[in-house]
Design a protein around this ligand. Structure first.
Ligand code: HEM
Length: 392
C-alpha cells in the first residue's frame, strides 16, 4: 500500500514506521482523507451524490448512534472562522482543514479522530463531495435524524489542500474561562455571530457528552451514560442525549439533576441578561428554539466557506449509474488508506495520548505493548477485521 496519507504534499514518501512528533513537518502535512487519485474521474451528479452521501450518513447514525460527535465535527471545522481576515482560507471556517493532523491534534479537537474515521469512508465514495461538505452534511443530518429541525443547508464548499492552510490553534471557545460571557462574545463575535446565535447554537449540547479523558470536563460516567449507546461513559447535558429537543435549556434552568452536566459557558446563558432572554424563551418554547437553531446552524456551516458553485441536494437531478460502482471501489480504497493512517496516528499518540481516544477495536488483535486503552495498531492484513462501529 502506498503511504499517500503520510506523505508530504511535495510527494516525499514517509517510512511506514515513521512517528510524527507534533512539530514535525511530516506530521503537519499528513492528511486523513485526501482524495485517492483514481476518484477524480467520478464527478457524477453533484446533487445526487450529496443525496446518496446523506443516505449513507443516516445508515451510519442508525448503526453507531454517533450523532453528537458528527455535530461536533462540523462545528469544529467551521468554528475557526475569523471575519476580520478577508483572505480565503486564512480566515478559517468550513473548509475541511480539520482532516489534517496538525489541526486534529489541537487540544479542542481531542476525540474528533473518531468522527473522521466514521465519515471518511462515506466521503471516499463521492468524488464530487468535498471534505468540508461532508463534515457539514454529516452534522446537519445528525441534527435532523436526532429529531431536530430541518437545516436549510447548501453545499459546494471548496476544500483547503494542504496542512499549511489550517488555522492556528486557539480559535474555538474554552468551557471554563474566567469570564464566560465575555469569552463567548469574543469568540462568537469574531465569527460574526450574535448573542441569539450563541444561545441557540449552545442548544446543540442537548446531544452528547463530555468526557474527562477528552476535554477534561464531565464525570467518567453517569446513570445516563454508563451503558452507552456507543462507547459508554462521559457526562451528558440531558438525560436523552441522542434526542434533539429543548431539554438542554430546561435542565440548565432547573439544575435538578447532579448527573447532568452544566459547563460554565452553559450556566452563563441564564446569568447574562442578554443571553437569558433567549435561554428563557428556548426553555419555554421548543418551536422557537428549533427555528432559531436551524438558521444559526446553517449560518455556522457556511462560515468562511467558498462555494464553487452552491449545490442543493434537494433539487431534482439525474444520477449517473456508473458513479455508484466507481464509488464502491473508491470507498474500499479509502478504507484501506484510513486504516493505514490510523495505525500511524495511533503509534504517534501511543506515547502520550492514545488512551484519550479509545476508538479502534481490532478483532483478534492484541494491542501493541505500548498501546493503552482500546487503541490497537492496524497492520495491513486483509485477514484481520477492523470494527469501527460504536465509535463516538
Ligand atoms: C459555546 C461554546 C462551546 C463550548 C465551550 C463547548 C464545549 C464543549 C465541550 C467541553 C465538550 C465535551 C467534549 C468531550 O469531552 O468529548 C463539547 C461537546 C459537544 N459540543 Fe460543544 N461547546 C460549545 C459550543 C458548541 C456548539 C456551537 C456546538 C454545535 C453547534 C457544540 C456541539 C457539541 C456536541 C454535539 C458535543 C458532544 C460531542 C460528543 O458527545 O462526542 N458545542 N462541547
Amino acid at each position: 500500500m502506498d503511504r499517500f496519507y503520510l506523505s508530504r504534499i511535495s510527494n516525499t514518501s514517509a517510512s511506514p514506521k515513521k512517528k510524527f512528533p507534533i512539530d514535525s513537518p511530516d506530521y503537519e502535512s499528513s492528511e486523513l482523507g485526501r482524495r485517492p487519485a483514481s476518484s477524480a474521474a467520478a464527478e457524477g451528479d453533484a446533487a445526487a451524490e450529496l443525496r446518496s452521501a446523506r443516505e449513507d450518513v443516516k445508515q451510519l447514525l442508525k448503526s453507531t448512534s454517533c450523532h453528537p460527535i458528527l455535530v461536533r465535527l462540523g462545528w469544529h471545522d467551521a468554528g475557526t472562522y475569523d471575519k476580520n481576515i478577508t483572505e480565503w482560507p486564512k480566515c478559517g471556517g468550513a473548509n475541511g482543514s480539520l482532516r489534517f493532523g496538525v489541526e486534529l491534534v489541537h487540544a479542542a479537537n481531542k476525540g474528533l479522530l473518531n468522527a473522521l474515521l466514521l465519515v471518511l469512508p462515506i466521503k471516499g465514495k463521492y468524488a464530487g463531495v468535498s471534505h468540508a461538505d461532508m463534515f457539514q452534511l454529516a452534522s446537519a443530518t445528525a441534527i435532523e435524524e436526532a429529531g431536530g429541525p430541518k437545516i436549510p443547508m447548501i453545499y459546494g464548499r471548496v476544500d483547503v489542500v494542504d496542512a499549511e492552510q489550517c488555522p492556528p490553534e486557539g480559535r474555538l471557545p474554552a468551557a471554563g474561562p474566567p469570564s464566560p460571557a465575555e469569552h463567548l462574545r469574543e469568540v462568537f463575535y469574531r465569527m460574526g455571530l450574535s448573542d441569539k446565535e450563541i444561545v441557540a447554537l449552545s442548544g446543540a449540547h442537548t446531544l452528547g457528552r463530555a468526557r474527562p479523558d477528552r476535554s477534561g470536563w464531565g464525570k467518567p460516567e453517569t446513570k445516563y451514560t454508563k451503558n452507552g449507546p456507543g462507547t459508554p461513559g462521559g457526562q451528558s447535558w440531558t438525560s436523552e442525549w441522542l434526542k434533539f429537543d429543548n431539554s438542554y435549556f430546561k435542565e440548565i434552568k432547573e439544575r435538578r439533576d447532579k448527573d447532568l452536566l452544566v459547563l460554565p459557558t452553559d450556566a452563563v446563558l441564564f446569568e447574562d441578561s442578554s443571553f437569558k432572554i433567549y435561554a428563557d424563551k428556548y426553555a419555554e418554547d421548543q418551536d422557537a428554539f428549533f427555528k432559531d437553531y436551524a438558521e444559526a446552524h446553517a449560518k455556522l456551516s457556511n462560515l468562511g466557506a467558498k462555494f464553487d458553485p452552491p449545490k442543493n441536494p434537494d433539487l431534482p437531478s439525474s444520477p449517473r449509474q456508473d458513479s455508484l460502482n466507481h464509488g464502491t471501489h473508491v470507498a474500499l480504497e479509502y478504507a484501506l488508506r484510513i486504516f493505514s493512517f490510523a495505525g500511524e496516528y495511533g503509534r504517534y499518540l501511543a506515547g502520550e495520548a492514545a488512551h484519550q481516544h479509545g476508538l479502534l477495536v481490532a478483532e483478534g488483535l492484541e494491542a501493541e505493548p505500548a498501546m493503552v486503552g482500546s487503541h490497537a495498531s492496524l497492520p495491513n492484513s486483509s485477514k484481520r477485521q477492523v470494527l469501527v462501529g460504536q465509535q463516538q
